[in-house]
Design a protein around this ligand. Structure first.
Ligand SMILES: Cc1cc2nc3c(=O)[nH]c(=O)nc-3n(C[C@H](O)[C@H](O)[C@H](O)COP(=O)(O)OP(=O)(O)OC[C@H]3O[C@@H](n4cnc5c(N)ncnc54)[C@H](O)[C@@H]3O)c2cc1C
Length: 500
């Protein structure tokens, strides 16, 4: 037998053994979970199994787990971790299921831990802090808090999960005053790899507290987030969509808003502008979600967007809850499509905005105009110096960006399509767009070296960009302290990992 065939045979046998081992351990883990928690364990093939597996935003994350486990308390999570560790069973953790990267919240053959039953909503006696279960979505949180005339700095779109967003930092409507959403978490309740249930806050497990603010699923399973509340205001806000003919005015508005002396200098103003594009028909649609955190019609800070004649415009003075209900849109619930996110960042200068926009449109036309099922978009999310100051003032985080480096834009390339045969083409297109924007931005001295984890694609490395490269080593040391045997690195392979 030739060396080639001997190696091939050994690889095939090893792979077959690994599959059998993983099937055996999953079977054992699921049997133990079902024995301890018959009501919370759903095995592949049973009636509600498909609905539970399918409850993700992107079809790229639908994988056949051996069973789905839905704990009802942190104690249940602790028991499950013990079973998974002892049986060496692979698992994935899912909260809202909105991260579209394959394997981030799904697992083939292993155990899917779905946190949807961890849905605590409780105010402390003085109403300054709200306890939130990871299985909730921001819409649930905002509508419940509204009864107390309160809100918190969570995600901007209702259907997105609490669990994943807070562990990735979190872009919110109030960042210039309060930093990342994670900076508003005063305590994390976490189940560690050894099954212990700990609190991480400014006085207990302070290193873990720092690491969880951006460090994602590398340290344990968070079973409760305690977040600061603040009084709800009536706001001006809504979604504006513009005709394709307004592209120049729209890009001008994005550049104007994001500049340090532009609209974003007003901490009450937030804008989430995005350019939608169907490359196959060259159709483009500029749009923007705008919010002003006071009951002021047509606020000056957002004037550049407001002045563009819109084809549809829902902006009005209203309660924040009314605005949040609108942002609970069906497209953010829709589970029928394949999706992907990719991120980079540029300095907040008009030149960077024009450069990113032109590169995106050109790449889409040149590389994927034959894909009739593809809708792609680029979103411009402004992170101000005030935002980074507020993040540091709150005690800091693993993301640790320096306000002295100035304001920047988190650029999100988002893709929606249906044909799985197009997956690889869309990965290549996205990686190319990111690389082209970064290379041109570097040449123009407007590159900002940051990958926002919540918007990052599977081949991107957000942790390497934290703290100008200084956070990663500290994150790994903290990981080794709280998970010395690397359970969350090896048994739970999905999502963004710190590595050894
Ligand atoms: C329509 C849409 C709108 C969005 N808007 C915003 C926005 O306004 N601001 C923003 O910052 N981001 C936004 N995002 C990005 C979003 O923050 C990420 O997709 C985030 O991961 C979603 O969290 P989730 O709980 O829904 O995801 P999941 O896919 O369930 O989780 C994401 C990752 O976190 C891990 N994880 C989840 N919960 C826990 C837990 N309790 N303990 C340990 N690990 C856990 C999972 O294992 C997975 O790896 C948006 C995404 C979408 C699709």
């Amino acid at each position: 037998m030739s060396t080639f065939w001997r190696h091939t045979l050994i690889s095939l046998l090893t792979a077959a053994l690994a599959v059998r081992t993983s099937a055996t351990s999953s079977k054992s883990a699921c049997a133990q979970l079902a024995a301890s928690f018959p009501e919370y364990t759903t095995v592949s093939g049973s009636a509600s199994y498909t609905t539970k597996i399918d409850s993700v935003w992107s079809q790229t994350c639908v994988e056949d787990a051996y069973c789905v486990f839905e704990p009802e308390s942190s104690k249940d999570v602790s028991t499950a971790i013990g079973i998974l560790r002892k049986t060496k069973t692979k698992f994935a953790v899912r909260s809202g299921g909105h991260m579209p990267n394959p394997g981030a919240n799904s697992i083939s053959h292993g155990v899917l831990i779905s946190l949807s039953r961890l849905n605590t909503l409780e105010l402390t006696a003085n109403h300054e802090v709200v306890h939130i279960g990871p299985g909730l979505r921001w819409y649930d949180v905002y509508t419940w808090l509204a009864d107390y005339k309160l809100t918190t700095a969570g995600g901007r779109f209702g259907p997105v999960g609490v669990g994943g967003l807070l562990l990735g930092g979190g872009i919110n409507y109030y960042g210039s005053k309060v930093g990342w959403s994670a900076n508003n978490v005063v305590n994390f309740e976490v189940v560690l790899a050894d099954g212990s249930i700990v609190q991480a806050n400014a006085s207990s497990n302070t290193d873990l507290y720092w690491a969880l603010k951006g460090g994602s699923q590398n340290f344990g399973i968070v079973t409760r987030y305690d977040m600061k509340t603040f009084a709800i205001q009536n706001v001006w806000g809504g979604t504006l969509a513009y005709p394709a003919t307004s592209l120049d005015a729209y890009i001008h508005a994005v550049a104007n808003f994001s500049s340090p002396d532009g609209g974003s200098a007003d901490p009450l103003a937030a804008a989430d502008p995005l350019l939608l594009m169907y490359p196959n028909t060259s159709q483009i649609q500029p749009a923007a979600v705008l919010l002003y955190n006071a009951a002021i019609e047509n606020p000056a800070a957002l004037k550049a967007f407001i002045d563009i004649p819109a084809v549809s415009d829902s902006a009005a003075v209203r309660t924040f809850t009314n605005f949040a209900v609108e942002q609970n849109s069906s497209s953010y619930w829709d589970r029928s499509s394949r999706r992907s996110f990719w991120a980079t960042a540029v300095k907040a200068t008009p030149e960077a905005v024009y450069l990113a926009n032109t590169t995106f449109i050109q790449a889409a036309m040149e590389q994927v105009s034959d894909l009739s099922d593809l809708l792609t978009s680029i979103t411009y999310q402004t992170i101000t110096e005030d935002w980074l100051d507020a993040a540091r003032a709150s005690g800091g985080d693993a993301i640790d960006l320096d306000p002295a480096d100035g304001a920047f834009l988190v650029l999100l390339i988002s893709n929606t399509w249906t044909n799985a045969d197009h997956d690889d083409r869309i990965v290549s297109f996205s990686e190319n767009v990111i690389a082209e924007i970064e290379s041109k931005a570097r040449a123009a001295n407007v590159y900002y070296p940051f990958v926002n984890l919540n918007d990052a694609g599977p081949s991107q490395a957000p942790f390497k960009t934290y703290g100008k490269g200084q956070s990663l080593r500290k994150l790994k040391t903290i990981r080794k302290k709280y998970d010395p045997s690397g359970v969350f690195q090896t048994l739970s392979p999905g999502g963004f990992k710190l590595g050894a």
